[in-house]
Design a protein around this ligand. Sequence first.
Ligand code: FES
Length: 105
Amino acid sequence: MNWIRIASAGDLADDEVKSVNVQGLRVALYRIDGEFFATDDRCTHAEALMSEGYVEDGCIECPLHQARFDIRTGKVQCAPATQDLRTHEIRREADDLYMAVPADA
Ligand code: FES
């Protein structure tokens, strides 16, 4: 596993989401209660961008058909999506945020 620096902690306020390109993979990076989380940026329903959705109560709501996912776990909370979002591990070192990327990615 490689750790790739993807952003600064100061880039995001609480309850914000931002799109980050990590070696060609579009990732949605979130800040919730001062902690950072990441999921794939594509909705599992019809490929809308989660980074254009709405963060509320630890969930992200898809901007297209309003499916909701738990940001910490990626679990689907309501239809029309049925498949969970893939999550990515984030590590913070001072102001730098790193994402775990498979060594062969
Ligand atoms: Fe996200 Fe349809 S594209 S719920």
